[in-house]
Design a protein around this ligand. Sequence first.
Ligand code: E4P
Length: 214
Amino acid sequence: MKFFVDTADTTEIRKALAWGILDGVTTNPSLVAKTGRRFEDVRAEILAMVSGPVSLEVTDMTLEGMLKQGRDLAALGPQVVVKLPLTREGIAACKALTDEGIRTNVTLCFSANQALLAAKAGATYISPFVGRLDDISMDGMRLIEDIVQIYKNYSFKTQVLVASVRHPVHILQAAKMGAHVCTVPFKVLDQLFNHPLTDMGNEQFLKDWAKVPG
Ligand code: E4P
């Protein structure tokens, strides 16, 4: 399973890259706003650092606007994946950009039927938001199970990119279900390393090592 970091904070991206386990980055308008920086500056810095897929989202909701923004974003670098909302216009833009050879990530997916639309439009990635479904007392991971099954049934090439991840158990479940990618907030990626037995064991090894005659 691939790991993307879900952030526009370049300090976080740099730290995750240094671990050597990062495959890509996803951003969205809210994450960019959180940085307090211009989108042009943030994306240029991310693209200079990351060689894997970098999702950059369109903000024009018309088909024409999405196509223009999508083409402009794609021209910024080979890593760019154009992120499009799961609307009628977003799906039409996905089909058109896919036909032009531009990679797409269809975002704000909350149902398996929506995921079916994205796959039929040739999306490179579908982003089902598991945490936001959990927030309204629905089972976000059940949606992942359904989409993985449906995509397998029809051999769709669209990759399931688990989004709105809130904790390490989401990642564990996604991996067991065979999702292709998880996009994870930096804090949750960091949590994956933690185990008290690792810390205790390491501490003991170092204590014992100090007793070894030099
Ligand atoms: C996906 O690409 C989105 O950026 C993200 O995962 C949304 O997560 P949130 O529900 O924590 O905002």
